[in-house]
Design a binder for this molecule. Structure first.
Ligand code: ZN
Length: 62
């Protein structure tokens, strides 16, 4: 099957106008002020909430 009619530049560009990526939402860690994902422990210090702080072992790379 072939397309019945050529899709114009305007039509395809209008369709693609909704295709852009959204910026990732993030919040700031209360403890170390580094950006982190909401509802997730901080990657830098492991802080999640006053009751929960995860141990973040720093891996050595060489
Ligand atoms: Zn933190």
């Amino acid at each position: 099957m072939l397309p019945v009619k050529k899709t114009s530049k305007s039509r395809s560009r209008t369709r693609r106008s909704h295709n852009r990526l959204k910026a990732v939402n993030y919040s700031i860690c209360k403890k170390c002020q580094s950006p982190k994902l909401p509802h997730a422990a901080c990657e830098n210090c492991g802080y999640l909430n006053p009751k929960i702080t995860l141990d973040v072992a720093k891996e050595e790379t060489d």
